[in-house]
Write a protein that binds this ligand. Structure first.
Ligand code: ADP
Ligand code: MG
Length: 607
């Protein structure tokens, strides 16, 4: 009865929280939609201005061609005039008078023409300046709206937490009853989209007079056996938007061997169908895990950015951390060193990267990498992965700062640079000797020079902005206890390294939860390498994977407990800053492994 009241109260509190969050979410979605439609409106306005600019550009080019032609004619006429003056001085008065009247006509025509040219040039110049001002203002509004959209999106992601924990309960598989123990009864269930419940095992239910209540665990999102890859990726999508907005992102799968980590991250390698990237058929895509789907989304978003970007690149590196050593899965090189680079980012200097331009290319590399991955059979699962597998996608975006001007003004810029010089070639012989020293000719030349204001060198110099972000996708090694999987010898050594690195991960998350002044990233290669994508304003998603059956109950509970505690990182109240216990180096990795609060085993009431 008491339990029922407890449930009801919990439900009410949950309903209230949902209502509050839904309102906040709805407001943000509304603002986001407004921002997006504003961006669309500005984009259209920008297109109009760009078309106007193009028209003006054509007319300036036409004027430039005309001026070239006129300069040529004038040069010829000057030569004629010189000949006339020469014959006037040398020849008869009648011939001189005829030559003088011809010269007068030519001078008048020349002056009129110069005035015309000057007027057209001044007019075009003022139109160009207006057009540029409009373009500047549109570009400014566009930038403001884009950053508003970016902030709103980030707010939405942050409402859900910079560290999110999801839980995926896989379907029952043959391997759950491989020893015919009959322990394949599903006792771990997704109750709704946020709650997983663990029922008391069948044997207890039969013999106990009063049933202990089921234990529940709450996550940011829960997927049941029927939730496919597409459902899981729906919640990953916003993080890919954040990635292209400039935030580092890390997505990792945690759980015991056989719980569905590789399935979640890469796809289904067991099926006879290709599980990623061979083609783009819906069947293939339905099987794809987070890695290929994220890459697909990245390329889609990059395409959608279109004319905003001058260029972009997606670089891939693949590594595994095996026995706390980094191995390059592209080059096969072992024992690589990681260090902090000049920009404060974590780097593995000798790690090879490959530039990719499609999902197929990426997944071919990944496939080669996975076949190199260290594996050892355990009793749980034939292809037990005993190493952490990290796929890093580095996305570099080069934004056009002054989009149109840069790419389209080259002919104009070269014309502007050339024209004043040619104009001065025209003036010197005439300037001191004759009435051809006309102010209109000189001002015509200087007007053209003034166009240089429109294309100031600083504008051209500050024209590109580079953004580099990192997406790290991690298929962690199995989190099972050594005893459980029956490993001995070298595999036992592997397991202890795995335990240590996972406990180091737990310590890091614990220190983040406490807002500790020191986060012990350096306690394992795994946490050191993921430092950029776990701390700061980076976004971290942990997908905890569990089997639904009684057979793996102890391991599943350990995973569920880890997930719940990791979730407290964002949700828990921010405590006063202090030196974290995890940060003290006096503790041996072994003792850390035992005492790590995040790794501590859950103690359900009914065992
Ligand atoms: P892990 O990487 O955690 O050791 P796997 O991803 O290899 O586990 O999963 C073990 C087996 O279970 C694989 O055959 C995989 O295809 C299957 N499996 C895991 N999760 C699911 C799921 N959600 N739906 C269908 N099959 C799954
Ligand atoms: Mg695996």
């Amino acid at each position: 009865m008491e339990a029922l009241f407890g449930y009801k109260r919990m439900l009410r509190i949950k309903d209230e929280r949902i209502a509050a969050l839904e309102t906040e979410n709805a407001m943000l979605y509304l603002k986001l939609a407004q921002s997006r439609s504003e961006i669309e409106r500005i984009r259209k306005a920008k297109n109009v201005v760009v078309r106007l600019y193009e028209k003006l550009r054509q007319s300036v080019l036409l004027i430039a061609q005309n001026i070239d032609l006129e300069v040529k004619i004038l040069k010829e006429e000057c030569a004629d005039l010189r000949a006339v003056v020469f014959s006037f001085l040398q020849g008869t008065p009648a011939a001189g008078a005829a030559a003088a009247s011809k010269a007068h006509l030519q001078i008048t025509r020349f002056i009129n023409h110069s005035i015309d040219l000057n007027a057209t040039a001044a007019d075009t110049k003022s139109q160009l300046i207006t057009c540029q001002m409009e373009l500047d203002s549109v570009r400014e509004r566009y930038a403001v709206e884009k950053s508003r959209r970016k902030n709103l999106h980030n707010e939405l992601v942050e409402i859900r937490g910079n560290i999110r924990v999801h839980c995926r309960v896989r379907p029952i598989l043959d391997l759950d009853n491989s020893d015919k123990s009959g322990w394949d009864e599903p006792i771990i269930m997704a109750i709704d989209e946020e709650i997983v419940s663990v029922q008391p095992p069948a044997v207890r239910r039969t013999f106990q007079a009063e049933l202990p209540p089921a234990k529940t665990y709450e996550y940011d999102r829960v997927y049941g056996p029927d939730d496919g890859q597409a459902n899981v990726f729906q919640d990953v999508k916003p993080l890919i938007v954040s990635l292209l907005d400039g935030y580092n992102v890390c997505i990792m799968a945690y759980g015991q061997t056989g719980s569905g980590k590789t399935h979640t991250m890469l796809g289904n390698p067991e099926s006879d169908q290709p599980y990623y990237g061979e083609d783009s058929s819906p069947v293939t895509e339905a099987r794809e895990g987070i890695v290929p789907q994220s890459a697909r989304e990245i390329f889609r978003l990059l395409e959608a950015k279109g004319d905003e970007l001058a260029s972009y690149s997606v670089d891939v590196s693949l590594l595994e951390i095996y026995n706390n050593e980094i191995r390059d899965l592209i080059s096969g090189q072992n024992k690589l060193d990681a260090n902090t680079g000049p920009e404060g980012t974590i780097e593995v200097p000798s790690l090879q990267t490959r530039s990719v331009s499609s999902v197929t290319e990426l997944m071919k590399l990944v496939r080669r990498g996975t076949s190199r991955r260290a594996e050892d059979a355990t009793l749980i699962h034939d292809h037990s992965s005993r190493s952490h597998f990290v796929v890093t996608l580095t996305v570099t975006l080069i934004y056009k700062f002054s989009d149109v001007l840069l790419s389209e003004s080259q002919p104009l810029i070269s014309f502007m640079r050339r024209q004043p010089r040619e104009a001065t070639v025209l003036t010197p012989p005439l300037s001191r000797t004759s009435p051809l020293d006309s102010p209109s000719v000189l001002s015509c030349a200087s007007s053209m020079t003034d166009f240089g204001v429109v294309y100031s060198p600083s504008l051209i110099a500050e024209s590109k902005v580079r953004v580099k972000t990192k997406l790290q996708l991690v298929d962690l090694a199995g989190s099972e206890c050594v005893g459980m999987s029956g490993v001995r010898g070298s595999a036992l050594r592997e397991s202890s390294y795995i335990n240590r690195s996972l406990s180091a991960l737990a310590d890091v998350l614990g220190a983040l939860a406490e807002s500790s002044s020191h986060i012990p990233y350096r306690n394992s290669k795994l946490t050191y390498l993921l430092q950029d994508s776990i701390g700061g304003d980076a976004k971290l998603l942990i997908v905890t994977c569990v089997s639904p059956t009684q057979k793996y109950l102890a391991e599943s509970q350990q995973t569920l407990g880890f997930g719940c505690r990791a979730r407290m990182v964002q949700r828990g109240p921010v405590k006063k800053r202090r030196q974290s216990q995890g940060a003290t180096s006096s503790r041996s990795p072994k003792s850390r492994s035992r005492s790590s609060p995040l790794l501590a085993k859950a103690k359900p009431r009914f065992y």
